[in-house]
Design a protein around this ligand. Structure first.
Ligand SMILES: *[C@@H]1O[C@H](CO)[C@@H](O)[C@H](O)[C@H]1NC(C)=O
Ligand SMILES: *[C@@H]1O[C@H](CO)[C@@H](O)[C@H](O)[C@H]1NC(C)=O
Ligand SMILES: *[C@@H]1O[C@H](CO)[C@@H](O)[C@H](O)[C@H]1NC(C)=O
Ligand SMILES: *[C@@H]1O[C@H](CO)[C@@H](O)[C@H](O)[C@H]1NC(C)=O
Ligand SMILES: *[C@@H]1O[C@H](CO)[C@@H](O)[C@H](O)[C@H]1NC(C)=O
Ligand SMILES: *[C@@H]1O[C@H](CO)[C@@H](O)[C@H](O)[C@H]1NC(C)=O
Ligand SMILES: *[C@@H]1O[C@H](CO)[C@@H](O)[C@H](O)[C@H]1NC(C)=O
Ligand SMILES: *[C@@H]1O[C@H](CO)[C@@H](O)[C@H](O)[C@H]1NC(C)=O
Length: 415
């Protein structure tokens, strides 16, 4: 039996290099120019000539998830008819980091699972309805590289209905901005791995080895978030490399080691204060993504084994499976912080549903320092498998389907 200490040590060893590699990707991620030749939709043909003709979004009763239904409780159902919702080849905005099949992953079952809540059905994701809801609006994903995956998923989910020349992706570090001209809508990504300010805020020049968080500073980021209609926050994995973290609080000159739990709580408090003095709850919608689980140790779901997520082809079948990577203390802090908030923030509690998906990480089919893993590296999954990030198409698409369901549900409130 491993002691807690050695578990932590092991986690630190295995988390560090992986996160470091994948975070470096941003530095090298080129802007993939839109080379899409495929199906031109003519939906735009009519709407472009009549910009003023604003179709109201009609939310059918069956598309409105009811309060009684907890959409985060359910099961993964095999569905190779409707899923995946897009193909790697058809989405020019995907970076190589996530296109597992293109990168040589031999199995593709991981793309064919639908999330089925126990109490209701998720509405069918309709890109045009989303665009109508986003007309003249900005939606922003804020967080680390996992959040960037969700941002890319969202773009891929909608981009096929937008003709060429009417969509664009700009990179203005630390942001990426996807614009849909016809709808004057933008979907944006903002790099802020701790939400509050830190020395890791440079979009490309940062490392997890040196972290220092300013627990009471958020203004530099916050000014870019002001007035954004839909804000989707996330921050977890960068906190979790060590039980202690260097941080300042009170005085910008006094750096101290803090327990991560204490630091996380203080950071969320700073975030909450920012929200309370900057958000107009009637016109702005705020979401928070709960932690994205990792699958670093196969003994957690397969006792006796000593691997990781590599070569896993099926979801975990054990009801309420929960790995040690998803820290319950952090979850509790998140819960309490949201309770205390004076404005409504919707918690997207995607941890449990993603916990089942040991099969859906990039594993050895991603990049390292902007290059696909070499044959030698692939042959050594114990050192090189990335069991933190997710393949696309994949799990983040489902997070976005649920986000879409909430946007439909709230539509009357924020339109
Ligand atoms: C879909 O899955 C079913 C059941 O596993 C299988 O029989 C069928 O061949 C699959 N279809 C495709 C297109 O992969
Ligand atoms: C375009 O959207 C922005 C908000 O994202 C809004 O401020 C602006 O007024 C819109 N432009 C038009 C022409 O409606
Ligand atoms: C990255 O940042 C460090 C300090 O934060 C600095 O010393 C170094 O020159 C930077 N590197 C580049 C390539 O900008
Ligand atoms: C905090 O910073 C000091 C000085 O740079 C360093 O020695 C220490 O290891 C850091 N602590 C953590 C938890 O990173
Ligand atoms: C930090 O955590 C340790 C161990 O969990 C605990 O003993 C200590 O009191 C904590 N310190 C603070 C300042 O919360
Ligand atoms: C992957 O798992 C299958 C069985 O599930 C096994 O036959 C195969 O040898 C494994 N591949 C590697 C490279 O470990
Ligand atoms: C999220 O869901 C899990 C169960 O799936 C639960 O244990 C946890 O408390 C929830 N988190 C919050 C913040 O409500
Ligand atoms: C938050 O939302 C609930 C129900 O959606 C509503 O009853 C409540 O008034 C809202 N609170 C605030 C502070 O807006």
């Amino acid at each position: 039996m491993l002691s807690f200490k050695s578990l932590i040590d092991r986690r630190i060893q295995s988390l560090f290099p992986i996160v470091l590699y994948s975070i470096l990707i941003l530095a090298l991620a080129r802007l993939v120019l839109d080379s899409l030749k495929s199906k031109q939709s003519n939906v735009f043909g009519s709407s472009s000539s009549s910009r003023r003709n604003r179709l109201p979004v009609v939310v059918l009763p069956e598309d409105r998830i009811e309060d009684y239904c907890n959409v985060f409780e359910g099961t993964w159902v095999w569905d190779n008819v409707s899923y995946p919702l897009y193909q790697e080849q058809s989405c020019p905005f995907l970076v190589k980091q996530t296109t597992c099949n293109n990168n040589g992953r031999p199995d593709s079952f991981y793309k064919n699972w639908r999330w089925q809540p126990h109490g209701c059905n998720l509405p069918r994701f309709d890109p045009l309805t989303l665009l109508h809801m986003l007309r003249d609006k900005r939606m922003m994903f804020i967080g680390d590289s996992l959040q960037r995956g969700q941002f890319e998923s969202m773009i891929c989910l909608i981009q096929s209905v937008i003709p060429e020349g009417k969509k664009s992706l700009q990179r203005i570090p630390p942001m990426k901005i996807f614009k849909v001209e016809e709808f004057n809508a933008s979907i944006e990504y903002y790099w802020a791995p701790f939400i509050v300010e830190s020395i890791s805020d440079h979009a490309t020049n940062h490392t997890v080895h040196k972290r220092m968080v300013m627990l009471d500073s958020i203004a530099k980021h916050g000014k870019h978030w002001q007035g954004v209609d839909i804000l989707v926050f996330e921050s977890y994995v960068w906190w979790m490399h060590d039980p202690l973290i260097n941080a300042t609080y009170g005085s910008p000159y006094k750096v101290q080691e803090y327990n991560v739990t204490t630091a996380y709580k203080l950071a969320l408090k700073t975030w909450a204060n920012w929200l309370e003095s900057n958000i107009h709850p009637i016109t702005q919608n705020v979401f928070f993504m709960s932690m994205s689980p990792t699958h670093l140790w196969s003994w957690e779901w397969n006792p006796g084994s000593d691997e990781n997520c590599f070569n896993e082809s099926y979801p975990i079948n054990q009801r309420s499976y929960w790995g040690t990577g998803s820290n319950l203390e952090i979850m509790k802090i998140l819960h309490d912080s949201l309770q205390e908030l004076k404005i409504n923030v919707t918690l997207m509690n995607i941890t449990q549903l993603s916990e089942y998906r040991k099969d859906a990480h990039t594993s050895v089919y991603g990049e390292r320092k902007g290059k696909l893993l070499t044959k030698e590296q692939r042959a050594d999954p114990k050192s090189f498998a990335d069991c933190i990030h997710w393949c696309l198409p994949g799990v983040p698409d489902v997070w976005n389907e649920i986000l879409y369901a909430y946007l439909l549900k709230n539509y009357q409130n924020f339109s």
